[in-house]
Each structure stands twice: as structure tokens, then as C-alpha cells.
Design a protein. Structure first.
Length: 199
């Protein structure tokens, strides 16, 4: 099924100064939009045309003849998930169910911060850092390029885009500073809790 580019869930300047309006304009209106357009063009006349994007991602992962569909579809989906992983005035310690689960599964919030930053920093080149449920247990993982947890059978709860286009205008080469800003000032724990409840 055609995938629709969702509007950003906040104004372009809502995440300033941590992510500038200029970055969001390029990232959403150019990068994300291009993945959506490419994906729709690629599936239009294929045998996957009637499938949901989640089904297409799972069906095309590891199929080298469909890598274009996988890469564009997963990137279209990942960015929609990423916009919801951010909110103005976010970040800091979690509340609700995820707070308890972080204590139980990851050894507490300080450990979460340390592990998430490590996963996001050490993803070599382009990719993503994720908080996922793996068989009911919280895990922090990273993934290269377009790869996402749906493809690996995990339930995604939160993501951070660490492709250079996500931070270069605002932070240049300082990816760790962008990761700190995400954890301390942007991370949308409400979204994480919603995903946990739905899982
Ligand atoms: Fe991106």
C-alpha cells in the first residue's frame, strides 16, 4: 500500500536549539520525503503493492533482489518513528511503566543513558540506535543504514537517527553532543510508554 509522509508532530522550530528548524526542514521535507517517494515508486507495480509497509519491511529484509524496496521502506518507517521519539521539553528521567522496566531490565536510568549513548556513538557510519523489546525484555541495540527492529523480530520502542544528515548542520562532526541533547532534552518517554503498552 502506498505510504504517506506524515507531517512533523511539532513545528519546525519546536526543538530549537537542540535540533534547528533548518535541520528539520531538510531532514523531513527532503530526506524523509525522498524515501517515501522512492518506496512508493518501487512497490507500485510489484507483488508487494497491497502489503503494509511493516509487512514489506519484514518480507524484503535479507532479500538482495529487493534491497531498494527494503532500504527505502525501512527508512520511510524509521523516520516516522523517529519524529515521534522526540518532543519539545523531553528528555530526563523516564516515568511510568518504562521507568520500572528500565530498573528491572537495564539496571536503572544511569545505565540506560550510558548504554544508549554507547550504542549511538559506536554505530559506525550511518544508522540508528534503538530501545526495543526482545521477548519481553528491554534491550538497547544499534543498526546500520536502514535496518530496523521489525526486520529482526523485535518490538521498537524508541529510536535515534545517527546518520550525519540528522545532526551535521547543528553539531558538525560532534555526534556525541547530539546524542546528549537527545537523551537530556528531546527524548519522548510518553511515546515509549505508549509503545510498551501496545506491545
Ligand atoms: Fe535521517
Amino acid at each position: 500500500m502506498p505510504y504517506e509522509l506524515p507531517p512533523l508532530p511539532y513545528d519546525y522550530n519546536a526543538l530549537d536549539p537542540y535540533i534547528s528548524a533548518k535541520t528539520l526542514e531538510f531532514h523531513h521535507d527532503k530526506h524523509h520525503a525522498a524515501y517515501v517517494t522512492n518506496y512508493n515508486n518501487l512497490i507500485k507495480d510489484s507483488d508487494l503493492a497491497d502489503k503494509s509497509i511493516e509487512e514489506v519491511i519484514k518480507a524484503t529484509y535479507n532479500d538482495s533482489s529487493k534491497s531498494g524496496i527494503f532500504n527505502n521502506g525501512a527508512q520511510a518507517w524509521n523516520h516516522s518513528f523517529f519524529w515521534n521519539s522526540l518532543k519539545p521539553g523531553g528528555g530526563g528521567a523516564p516515568t511510568g511503566a518504562v521507568a520500572e522496566k528500565i530498573d528491572a531490565d537495564l539496571g536503572g536510568y544511569d545505565k540506560f543513558k550510558e548504554e544508549f549513548k554507547k550504542a549511538a556513538t559506536t554505530q559506525f557510519g550511518s544508522g540508528w540506535a534503538w530501545l526495543v523489546l526482545d521477548n519481553g525484555t528491554l534491550k538497547i541495540v544499534n543498526s546500520p543504514n536502514a535496518v530496523n527492529p521489525l526486520a529482526l523480530g523485535h518490538t521498537p520502542l524508541l529510536t535515534l537517527d545517527v546518520w550525519e544528515h540528522a545532526y551535521y548542520l547543528d553539531y558538525q562532526n560532534k555526534r556525541p553532543d547530539f546524542i546528549d541533547a537527545f537523551i537530556n532534552n528531546l527524548l519522548n518517554w510518553d511515546f515509549v510508554n505508549q509503545n510498551l503498552t501496545a506491545a
